[in-house]
Design a protein around this ligand. Structure first.
Ligand code: AMP
Length: 229
């Protein structure tokens, strides 16, 4: 197993980011840091911040940059992520967040930013059939349900359709992605950090493509450069 990497994974909602991030975090033995999961956990704990966050998320809008980056800074300053690295999922979503992340990581920097590319008509189909576990966030779909009665195979939690996976909220999130997150692709390209991965096909194929791209990059930059983390 390879180890130690600092990765960001970009992609439209429904591009398979969550699934691929979990697989990459296992492969590289680093934590999977998902801002969506962290915010859903806050919402579930019903703190004043969590309740406000839930209302914003249910509408398919974005939480403010400052609040999200505060959560991310706290998580990335913990020992495991500082020492070994991370797979960051759902952040950055705006250029302001990308700038804040760059500063947060200094004197280090990201190893690579993966853009999972899937055509919009395909993500719409995937989102309509997506189902998730309310407790651990494991992903299912109407065509690959849990083994028993919409009960999560991993933790036994209830498997449901996300409140923000309604047609209207999906449209708003995809629109926001085009306006606020898609410009990050050029931002990271200009820093020679971006690798575009074809996100169509089975999850296994996409994982293999992604790991191959990461390993090619390791080779391109010189043997073991990313292993020194
Ligand atoms: P996700 O699970 O990544 O689709 O995130 C679910 C929701 O959480 C998003 O629609 C936003 O409302 C919020 N969210 C997650 N990550 C961020 C972020 N980096 N910046 C702002 N809002 C976020």
């Amino acid at each position: 197993m390879a180890s130690g990497v600092r990765l960001v994974v970009l992609g439209k909602q429904g591009a398979g980011k969550g699934t691929q991030c979990v697989r990459l975090s296992h492969h590289y033995a680093v934590p999977h840091v998902s801002t969506g999961d962290m915010l859903r956990a806050e919402a579930k704990s019903r703190t004043p911040f969590g309740l406000r966050a839930r209302a914003v998320m249910d509408r398919g809008e974005l939480i403010s940059d400052d609040l999200v980056m505060e959560l991310v800074a706290t998580r990335l300053n913990e020992e495991d992520t500082k020492g070994r690295g991370f797979v960051l999922d759902g952040c950055p979503r705006t250029t302001a967040q990308a700038e804040a992340l760059e500063e947060l990581l200094l004197p280090d920097r990201l190893d690579m930013v993966i853009d999972l590319e899937v055509p919009t008509h395909q993500v719409l189909r995937r989102l309509a059939s997506r189902r998730v576990c309310v407790d651990c966030g494991a992903n299912y779909s109407t065509s690959t349900p849990p083994l028993v009665n919409w009960t999560c195979d991993v933790c036994g939690g209830e498997v449901i359709q996300r409140v923000d996976d309604t047609e209207e909220a999906i449209k708003r999130r995809l629109d926001l992605y085009e306006r606020q997150t898609a410009p990050l692709i050029d931002w990271y390209k200009s820093r020679d950090l971006l690798r575009v991965i074809n996100g169509t096909g089975s999850a296994d194929i996409v994982t293999r493509r992604t790991i191959r791209a990461i390993e090619l990059e390791r080779t391109r930059r010189g043997a073991g450069a990313l292993d020194d983390q």
